[in-house]
Write a new protein. Sequence first.
Length: 275
Amino acid sequence: MKLFLSTDFEGTSGIVAWEQIIEGNPEYAQGRKLLTDEVNAVIAGAQEAGAHEFVVNDAHHAMRNLHPQDLLGRATLITGRHKPLYMMQGLDASFDGVCFVSYHGSIGAERAILSHTYNPGAIWEVRINDEVVGESGLNALVAAHYGVPIILVSGDAATAQEVQTFAPQAETVVVKDSIGRFAAVNLHPEVACEMLYAGAKRAVEQLAQTQPPHFKLPVTLEITFLVADMADMALWIRGVERVGPRTVKVVSEQLLDLYRTFVTIVTLTRSLVDR
């Protein structure tokens, strides 16, 4: 059994500030350890249930948050920036299941720790078929394309709620309860890891009953930016249509192409983020 782990950072228990998850800050070393322990708890639980091969895509910020020698299960680590499939780089149809580890809520969530959707300096909201989605929903497009079920999602309560739209059968592990965007009630790291271990074990045991995410075709992806200039720039990409001063949309039946277009828009509009 082969599993793909896409790892973010904000959904880790104990993480409530950017300074904990951006390299170069004094608190980053502690944050990195908390994240690594949660990733390893998922691997260990999945191993107990019979998974034997793991590919981990480090998908947060500079994407160099995990040390390869620290990972259990002799996991393959995909690390570094500018990946064509971004947070889903490495996934293909050969995998049996996908795990979203340490994920967070969308920028539009009412209460979600460090909430954003890919680029907080550019994106105000993203919708798929008129439903507000975060990174988990966008990344599910790739899982759906390859026909691989999302079996586990961990993070805060907002994350667990958001995945119900596209992956209702996924095992959700809530390790923190957001008070606001910069405060949360965090489980003790040992408790969080115990829950992740048990959740991953259950997810693998129930894998045969878990279906890949499903999207009604054709899929309409709408992106609303912070400023109109970003929508102007998004129109440079073929197939992108403007539907409002700050909003563009893309419609496609090809889920992987849709995701690639989104990643291209995110990368392109970064050049207009105020600094």
